[in-house]
Write a protein that binds this ligand. Structure first.
Ligand code: NDP
Length: 305
């Protein structure tokens, strides 16, 4: 029986690992399909406190991993495929069928890119439609691409892509960005980036690959076709909670509901984007991972009496 199992290896999971390892609880981190989490798909991180120069997201998360390992964290490179949180003993199942029993579980499974849901978009995922500019941007060198969204992710994607491609069209459904001012200003000042305000994608054009997008202006209903070989969807994220089914209380968007990182099940805690519809920052994820670790210590002390 393990004392602490941590599901997820982004900043939340790794901060929880660091704190529980330093408390001699010998945590096991199940790294998941994307070790390091979403930070590994960002380019430069310039808002993590303590680093005066921007650093690479993968570099940051690898430092966190090594730091937690130094205090005895163990890592399992596998994915969680099941969890039984209802009985007397908590258990999780890995993709090969291995079952791990544990006294406490910290869920830090993060969130995944959301798509528009258009049939033409779904058909062309991986054939020009992508949810990750830093993963796939290099395929579009010298070409024309479209980014959908008005948040910081869309701004970051557009700026990143502008360094590679010939032209970026940002499509946003309103007439003002949701993104932070600094990011919005950088986009508007970038000569390679054009913004289509008040516009939504009605259809992704192309049979075997993206050839363009059909846009509709939501105010005038005017239709425009924008030629492009890549469509990057950057409209937010969905929490990765599917594996827990309906065992845990979630909100209307499937984010886990927590009080000071405690879920509705004793011994089960959650940290990072999987329980955070509001802030979604590396630093807030790491902060909540620390909180979950401290709550685990308190919980174990209480049950041990
Ligand atoms: P956000 O939720 O902040 O933004 C999503 C954007 O997509 C919004 O502009 C929204 O429009 C639009 N959108 C949502 N659904 C649809 C849809 N169905 N069709 C068309 N457009 C849609 O998500 P992000 O991923 O951009 O950011 C998440 C969090 O991460 C934020 O807190 C952000 O600040 C943070 N972040 C910070 C970074 C940094 O500091 N460098 C980098 C990246 C992210 P509308 O505005 O109309 O709602």
């Amino acid at each position: 029986m393990e004392t602490v199992v941590i599901a997820g290896s982004g900043p939340a999971g790794l901060a929880a690992a660091l704190y529980t390892a330093r408390a001699n609880l010998s945590p096991v981190v199940i790294e998941g399909l994307q070790p390091g989490g979403q930070l590994t798909t960002t380019t430069e991180v310039e808002n993590y406190p303590g680093f005066t120069d921007a650093l690479d997201g993968t570099d940051l998360v690898m430092r966190m991993r090594a730091q937690a390992e130094r205090f005895g964290t163990r890592y399992i490179m596998d994915e969680l495929t099941g969890a039984d949180l209802t009985g007397d003993t908590l258990s999780v199942t890995l993709s090969g069928g291995e079952v791990i029993e544990t006294r406490t579980l910290i869920i830090a499974t993060g969130a995944s890119a959301r798509y528009l849901g258009l049939p033409s978009e779904q058909r062309l995922i991986g054939k020009g439609v992508s949810g990750c500019a830093t993963c796939d941007g290099a395929f579009y060198r010298g070409q024309r691409v479209v980014v959908v969204g008005g948040g910081d992710t869309a701004m970051e994607d557009a700026i990143f892509l502008s360094r590679l491609v010939e032209h970026v069209t940002v499509v946003h459904r309103r007439d003002a960005f949701r993104a932070s001012q600094i990011m919005g200003k950088r986009v508007l000042a970038n000569e390679k980036i054009e913004v289509m305000w008040d516009s939504v994608v009605d259809e992704v054009l192309g049979e075997d690959g993206v050839e363009g997008v059909k846009l509709r202006n939501v105010k005038s209903d005017a239709i425009t076709e924008v030629p492009a070989t890549g469509l990057f969807v950057a409209i937010g994220h969905n929490p990765n909670t599917g594996v827990f089914g309906d065992q845990l209380t979630t909100d209307d968007q499937s984010f886990l509901v927590t009080t000071n990182t405690r879920t509705n099940i004793p011994g089960v805690f959650a940290a990072g984007d999987v329980q955070d519809p509001l802030y979604k920052q590396a630093v807030t994820a790491a902060g909540s991972g620390c909180m979950a670790a401290l709550e685990v210590e308190r919980y174990l002390a209480a049950v041990e009496g």
